[in-house]
Design a protein around this ligand. Structure first.
Ligand code: AMP
Length: 213
């Protein structure tokens, strides 16, 4: 199965993509995680990307396309869920070309929809494991366990782009540059599945799985 998951920053798409990937045996490909790994490794690509990410702007298409092409090429016919990609019409068109060459079809396009104010609250509490990229929220982490990853014991940190003004900018960028991607897919595939992203995490996962099975 091949799935694209889209949604504004903080909509929970990363969390849901991880859950669906592990529940359905799919490879989780997140351009945000790949970029953060490159930044942490001090790679040249990471150094270039970092300035854009910290300002809440999109990383240039050619950097992202280089990154994702490499990842897709390394797969051996596995199913995948693409999280945070494509984020511009140009990326969407490039992905269509890559997939046509490979003879791969996209099965589902999911949109996790959520109100900007819910997003700001959620993103300010978001913590990410430095080692395994698991995502948490201070609102649901137990007292005394707010800094340690329950899965691998790594340190939980706040993302550098999770500040209020940056989040609001990322929301604007999403509206201007990423929303049109949905229009592109609606024309090409005749629609997408919208999931309300404000509710309980487990219920949202269950709803997604119900809708795509
Ligand atoms: P995310 O983890 O998906 O929220 O991504 C974090 C940041 O990485 C974004 O705010 C962008 O700066 C950058 N980024 C991730 N994916 C893309 C993409 N497909 N195109 C451009 N920039 C991206």
């Amino acid at each position: 199965m091949h799935i694209i998951i889209l949604g504004p920053p903080g909509s929970g798409k990363g969390t849901q993509a991880q859950r669906i990937a592990s529940g359905m045996g799919l490879k989780h490909l997140s351009t945000g995680d790949l970029l953060r790994d490159s930044v942490a490794d001090g790679k040249e690509l990471g150094t270039k990307a970092r300035a854009f990410m910290e300002r809440g702007l999109l990383v240039p298409d050619e950097i992202i396309l280089g990154l994702i092409k490499g990842e897709l090429a390394s797969l051996n016919g596995e199913g995948w869920i693409l999280d945070g990609f494509p984020r511009t019409q140009l990326q969407a068109e490039a992905l269509s070309e890559i997939l046509e060459e490979k003879g791969v079809d996209i099965d589902h396009i999911l949109l996790i929809d959520v109100d900007p104010d819910v997003v700001v609250r959620r993103v300010l509490g978001r913590r990410v494991c430095q080692d395994c990229n698991a995502v948490y929220n201070t609102a649901t982490l137990e007292e005394g366990k707010k800094e340690i990853c329950g899965k691998c014991g790594g340190r939980l940190v706040k993302r550098a782009d999770d500040e209020e003004d940056t989040i609001r900018r990322r929301f604007e960028v999403y509206k201007e540059q990423t929303s049109p991607v949905l229009g592109y897919y609606d024309k090409r595939y005749g629609g997408h599945i919208t999931i309300e992203g404000a509710g309980d995490i487990d219920e949202i996962t269950a709803e997604i799985i119900r809708k795509i099975k």
